[in-house]
Ligand binder design. Structure first.
Ligand code: HEC
Length: 151
């Protein structure tokens, strides 16, 4: 789409182009701040998946991470370190989907936090829905799925 614009620049419009260059916050710029490098596990964050993930989360994760994901579930008091606050977008958005998947399926011990138990009984699609829900909790900033350039 952007290519269509290039035919009218000519060269006589330098001033206009410079103005554009300095103020350009192009939507086409890669989202280096949040998107992980390389291909990541693709999570479909449709409302239906988020709702399904919420159901699993309330049973399996909320006792520690809290119903709202703030890391303040009833079981959290006994844990050190405390369960991660999923509403902390500044932290959570840096985690790849694959990492969250591995943490849920395989537990936190492999990454140095054994307080987070493995849930190998959850089907892959169930885990993906839980990730969709967990992603939906992030604030400041909220989670933005990486542009899916059909991989
Ligand atoms: C028994 C309590 C407990 C349960 C149940 C639990 N967690 Fe955790 N979780 C923890 C603790 C403790 C940590 C480690 C906090 C830290 O040091 O980062 C953690 C960390 C995490 C992290 C952060 C990983 C990282 O690299 O920072 C994610 C994501 C997570 N849990 C998701 C979940 C999800 C999703 C579920 C449900 C499927 C779940 N947890 C169930 C206790 C729990």
């Amino acid at each position: 789409m952007l290519l269509a614009l290039s035919s009218c620049g000519g060269g006589s419009n330098n001033q206009l182009n410079q103005n554009n260059a300095t103020s350009d916050t192009s939507a086409a710029a890669p989202a280096t701040s949040t998107a992980p490098a390389g291909p990541d596990l693709v999570i479909d964050m449709s409302p239906a998946n988020i709702a399904a993930g919420k159901g699993t989360y309330e049973v399996t994760c909320a006792p520690c991470h809290g119903a709202n994901g703030k890391g303040d579930g009833p079981a959290a008091a006994a844990l050190n370190p405390k369960p991660r606050d999923h509403t902390n977008g500044a932290y959570m958005n840096k985690l790849t989907n694959q990492h969250i998947f591995d943490v849920i399926k395989g537990g936190g011990a492999q990454f140095g936090y054994p307080g987070m138990p493995a849930q190998p009984q959850l089907a892959d699609d169930t885990v993906k829905n839980v990730i969709a829900f967990v992603r939906s909790l992030a604030q400041n900033p909220p989670y933005t799925p990486p542009a899916t350039a059909s991989k």
